[in-house]
Design a protein around this ligand. Structure first.
Ligand SMILES: NC(=O)c1ccc[n+]([C@@H]2O[C@H](COP(=O)([O-])OP(=O)(O)OC[C@H]3O[C@@H](n4cnc5c(N)ncnc54)[C@H](O)[C@@H]3O)[C@@H](O)[C@H]2O)c1
Length: 419
């Protein structure tokens, strides 16, 4: 294979314009890029990245390159690649990119192997597929790998499981753990862009629909509040009593999926779990129910079972597949059950990825400086990096806040004063 695999190089110019558009909304990453250009903290380090190939990711990759890194990029999902962005990175930044929207699973893994051929010293992953292939199939490369970063909840869970099994061979920073990541990206980013994906795929009116959100974690909270804002009647399903209680107190109806299945018009899973919508749920759904996933893997919906149950399947519009069941009802699966915000829309808005990717850039810089001192486990983003990103974001938004007076510092650190 040549040192890239993208769909169509003729799309490069359009990709460049969209990458520049995203950069306007990424002031924190821009500031980091300016500093990296001067200090070159990543000079000469080989980085293999497995991320959704979007305009925002392009700005992160360019920041790492300006900082001196030798970067290769592959997609972290077969349906999330923006082909114009991939073409622009190859053409304008001479970056080896291996990503084609709609690639099959074999190509997806071939592309992961291609960026591993780069012999990475650092990995930057989203969902832990890169790290998993590296540990399972390319162990000969492990001695040269110094450290890594991981973007999302599902990846962090997989890596923590690897570390617990003593199977993780190098330290990894969980970018998702940063408050400036999951408070904003998972909640506001996923909330808005999941609605965007559903609406772009279907053009349905949300107002008045019964909208079922499976999982009331960071992503689910964001989606539920935005669906309600669009006028939908929102039902939440959960397995965690605390999250379920929070959803009840936030004003949503909470019930088991089996009950919600009968009354829902639109279903979205955001749990990081398996078969959250299973065959018995789909059999109970109303004719014409829409089913989508915005969690990391499409395993949240039992699509193999649906395939087995369906009499017929046809694509009724882009990203909408109709499954005709033997009971006469039709189920519509959006975006093949892959993250709908990336499959049918453009993923999170740049303004929120600004903070997530600032965490990625600064965590990689931290790794380059400190990996040798770290153990083979998953670390949180250092608190000072997290706070600095919040400070820079507020400054970029022109928002000022108060500072503690000396008297207040003393008061907050004392125990003597009472009523
Ligand atoms: N679409 C995107 O762009 C995007 C962005 C960020 C994260 N993610 C992914 O979304 C998923 C959720 O992330 P999060 O940060 O909200 O995680 P989280 O851990 O905060 O929340 C997940 C919630 O799902 C619940 N849950 C688990 N199994 C369930 C089940 N069977 N039924 C109902 N609820 C169940 C858990 O109790 C938890 O409250 C992960 O896979 C993550 O990687 C996607």
């Amino acid at each position: 294979m040549a040192n890239y695999d993208v769909k169509d190089m003729k799309q490069a110019e359009g990709g460049r314009r969209r990458i520049e558009w995203a950069e306007r909304e990424m002031p924190v990453l821009r500031m980091i890029k300016e500093r990296f250009a001067k200090e070159r903290p990543l000079a000469g380090v080989r980085v293999s990245a497995c991320l959704h190939v979007t305009t925002e990711t392009a700005n992160l990759m360019k920041t790492l390159q300006v900082g001196g890194a030798d970067v290769m990029l592959t997609a972290s999902n077969p349906l999330s690649t923006q082909d114009d962005v991939a073409a622009s990175l190859v053409t304008h930044d001479e970056m080896p990119v291996f990503a084609v929207k709609g690639e099959d699973n074999t190509t997806y893994y071939k592309h992961i192997h291609a960026v591993l051929d780069h012999k990475p010293q650092f990995t930057m992953d989203d969902g832990a597929d890169l790290v998993s292939v590296l540990h399972k199939e390319r162990r000969e490369l492990l001695p040269e790998v110094i450290g890594g970063t991981e973007e999302t909840t599902t990846g962090v869970i997989r890596l923590r499981a690897m570390a617990a099994d003593k199977a993780l061979n190098y330290p990894i920073i969980a970018v998702n753990d940063a408050l400036t990541k999951h408070f904003f990206d998972n909640r506001y980013g996923t909330g808005q862009s999941t609605i965007d994906g559903i609406v772009r795929a279907t053009n349905i009116l949300l107002s008045g629909k019964t909208f079922v959100v499976a999982g009331y974690g960071w992503c689910g909270r964001g989606l539920a509040s935005r669906a309600r804002g669009m006028g939908a009647n929102v039902i939440v399903t959960e397995v965690d009593p605390m999250k379920a209680l929070e959803a009840v107190m936030d004003g949503y109806r909470v019930m088991p999926m089996m009950e919600a299945a009968v009354i829902g018009d639109i279903f979205v899973t955001l749990t990081g779990d398996l078969n959250v919508i299973d065959s018995h749920h789909m059999l109970a759904m109303k004719d014409g129910a829409l089913v989508a996933n915005s969690g990391h893997f499409n395993a949240e919906i039992n699509i193999p079972a649906l395939e087995a149950m369906a009499k017929n399947k046809r694509l009724v519009r882009q990203f909408v597949e109709e499954y005709q069941l033997a009971n006469g009802k039709r189920i519509f699966i959006l975006g093949e059950g892959r993250l709908i915000n990336l499959a049918a829309a453009e993923g999170h808005p740049a303004s929120v990825m600004d903070m997530s990717f600032a965490n990625q850039a600064l965590s990689l810089e931290y790794m380059v400086k400190h990996a040798a001192e770290l153990e083979k486990r998953v670390y949180s983003v250092p608190e000072d990096i997290d706070k600095e990103i919040a400070r820079l974001k507020l400054a970029a938004m022109g928002v000022q806040i108060d500072t503690l007076t000396e008297e207040q510092v003393k008061y907050l650190n004392s125990w003597e004063s009472g009523t």
